[in-house]
Write a protein that binds this ligand. Structure first.
Ligand SMILES: Nc1nc2c(ncn2[C@@H]2O[C@H](COP(=O)(O)OP(=O)(O)OP(=O)(O)O)[C@@H](O)[C@H]2O)c(=O)[nH]1
Ligand SMILES: [Mg+2]
Length: 322
């Protein structure tokens, strides 16, 4: 199961307290202040990683707490700064801080996003020594570390999205074009989670089948429609099995419109699948019908390796040129 949404509580470490201490040793009975500063609490960062596919790590780990700084001590002993915590999340993770109305997104593996800042250590009484007060006896408390409730949402980052009604052959195409091995079967909703495969260095996502009403939550579609938002090209797969092709096409487009109109603006290629099941005449007819609507057309059959090779070449060209 793809875990693409979690709520997380992050609590950075508190600063250690400053120490209030006056020097006294064998030589000095009551010397000057010698209390050291407390150490800083640990920060919490998020960082993108290409080795992680979803947010399952945080499914049961609801609260992440960084260590506190240690307190300052006598003899100007500084407290230790606590180590920072870095949590790895998949690329395409959005971080929503609802309380502060802030949104962030993790798009690369280099930058660290600070999500909770550790509290500063309190100053020891040595820091308060002045001309007018040579022996201050007060020190600061460490500051509290930030605590935030964050919503993490993952949107898969794929260049190409394979979409269409159930059973259209999406997973079959993914497995023919990429290194992925998705489950393939002749019943609807075989794919329950999006699969990602790599065609050379281009990620392709195979999305579970959409049905009428998907945008309102029917079938499996709604949860996964958001994953298409990031793709650059949509390959709309339509199987050539009966004469309801245009209606089936319209059904999927309507769900896009209901979910997010921006999906309609995406570059869309129509891929008529299972050409082995249709006559030349039928294939030609539908090719023309879609071309008339200004759509780019491709056709393929799993049982015609040439058509798969041509599809491969065509998709590579499309990606290069978009
Ligand atoms: N005849 C023929 N059958 C095909 C072709 N491509 C896929 N199939 C069959 O069609 C059925 C559905 O294929 P899938 O790839 O699982 O379809 P899907 O679109 O991923 O389906 P969902 O995951 O349910 O949305 C399977 O039985 C495949 O073997 C093809 O080119 N020709
Ligand atoms: Mg599938």
């Amino acid at each position: 199961m793809l875990i693409d949404s979690v709520t997380l509580l992050v609590k950075a470490g508190d600063g250690g307290n400053g120490s209030s201490s006056l020097l006294h040793n064998g030589l000095t009975f009551k010397g000057g202040p010698d209390g050291g500063d407390g150490g800083n609490g640990g920060n919490i960062y998020l960082q993108g990683s290409t080795n992680i596919n979803d947010l399952r790590e945080f499914r049961f780990k609801k609260k992440i707490v960084a260590q506190d700084g240690t307190a300052g001590g006598r003899q100007k002993l500084f407290g230790k700064n606590a180590p920072h915590l870095t949590l790895l999340v998949p690329l395409g993770t959005s971080i929503i801080d609802t309380a502060r109305k802030k949104n962030y997104e993790i798009t690369d593996t280099k930058r660290l996003l600070l999500v909770a800042k550790g509290g500063k250590g309190g100053r020891g009484n040595t820091a308060f020594k002045s001309a007018t007060n040579q022996t201050p006896e007060y020190a600061e408390y460490g500051k509290k570390g930030e605590e935030k409730k964050l919503l993490l949402e993952l949107r898969l980052i794929a260049e190409i999205g394979l979409i269409g009604l159930p059973n259209a052959g999406k997973s079959s195409i993914l497995s023919a074009l990429t290194n992925a091995n998705p489950k393939i079967a002749d019943y609807p909703f075989t794919t329950l989670e999006p699969n990602i495969g790599m065609m050379e260095n281009h990620p392709i996502a195979d999305i579970p089948g959409l049905i009428e009403g998907a945008a309102q939550g029917r079938g499996l579609g709604a949860r996964f429609l958001k994953h298409i938002e990031k793709t650059r090209i949509l390959i709309h797969c339509i199987e050539l099995t009966d004469n309801t092709i245009l209606e089936r096409y319209a059904t999927v487009r309507q769900e896009f419109e209901r979910f997010n109109k921006a999906l309609l603006e995406k570059s869309e290629i129509i891929l008529l699948t299972k050409t082995d099941l249709a006559s030349e005449k039928t294939i030609k007819k539908y090719k023309l019908l879609f071309e008339k609507r200004g759509k780019q057309m491709l056709t393929c059959s799993l049982y015609d390796q040439k058509s798969i090779d041509a599809l491969h070449v065509e998709l590579n060209m499309l990606i290069e040129n978009i």
